[in-house]
Design a protein around this ligand. Structure first.
Ligand SMILES: Cc1cc2nc3c(=O)[nH]c(=O)nc-3n(C[C@H](O)[C@H](O)[C@H](O)COP(=O)(O)O)c2cc1C
Length: 221
């Protein structure tokens, strides 16, 4: 049987990979909470909008419905275990910030929600609408502020998200984002642009410089 001969399999939520994020929120008079969500996505650019789908049974659903606010915290490798934990325990039974030794910090441009200090990037979101879909309710929200950890910014203030060592989710398993294989438009980029953007030129220049230094020191090639 050829590799690309297709077999029909059962219908499910098989769109993969998906992001996995930690949603933080806080009620008007309750402690901050964290829940893990894989059903999240970007749905608009201007204004920047996202959706997050939650079952009605989640404590976070109750909190976000009360305040209309939440924070999407991106997950780096060092947060992966806490991310999983926040997806199997409920804030109704414990304070997950404390259980995971995480620090709640007031979220940018929001009144009630807290962000996770240890997260590389935190997106403050304000709910625009809630749509009942079946198993989940979809919260459509606008991003109203973003905080990024300073180690992600280079000397020119440019965001280097690769340094966050982000984690993705595929078919029930967590993966560390790996090798860069291209960039937006690389299929039509010139060789020069491609080599620059992929960092090949920088590598070559570094090697050339090292070689020149070694030759000066008398090393033979
Ligand atoms: C990887 C992962 C992804 C999850 N994605 C979702 C999701 O998209 N929507 C949802 O309602 N629950 C999702 N969950 C389950 C909730 O995170 C879990 O029920 C959590 O305990 C709810 O916490 P809370 O009661 O404090 O809100 C996910 C769990 C894991 C581990």
């Amino acid at each position: 049987m050829g590799k690309y001969v297709k077999t029909e399999i059962g219908i499910s939520t098989l769109l993969n990979p998906v992001p996995v994020v930690m949603i933080s929120c806080a009620g008007k008079s309750t402690a901050p909470n964290i829940t893990t969500v894989a059903w999240a996505g970007t749905v608009n650019s201007e204004p920047p909008m996202v959706t997050v789908s939650l079952r009605k049974s989640r404590y976070s659903h109750e909190i976000i419905s009360e305040t209309g606010e939440f924070v999407i915290n991106l997950v780096g490798k060092s947060l992966a275990k806490a991310c999983d934990y926040c997806g199997v325990k409920s804030g109704r039974d414990e304070n997950k910030f404390e259980s995971c030794s995480l620090t709640p910090v007031k979220a940018l441009n929001l009144d009630y929600a807290y962000a996770i200090k240890e997260a590389p990037v935190s997106l403050s979101c304000k709910v625009k609408s809630v749509t009942e879909l079946g198993s989940h309710d979809m919260f459509l929200a606008e991003i109203v502020g973003i905080n990024a950890s300073s180690f992600l910014l280079d000397d020119d203030g440019k965001l280097c998200l690769d340094k966050a060592k982000l984690v993705g989710y595929s078919h029930g398993e967590y993966y560390l984002l790996g090798e860069k294989i291209g960039f937006f438009g690389y299929s039509v980029a010139s060789k020069e642009v491609f080599e620059n953007r992929m960092g090949y030129k920088k590598e070559r220049d570094k090697y050339k410089h090292l070689k020149e230094q070694n030759i000066k020191k008398g090393k033979k090639y």
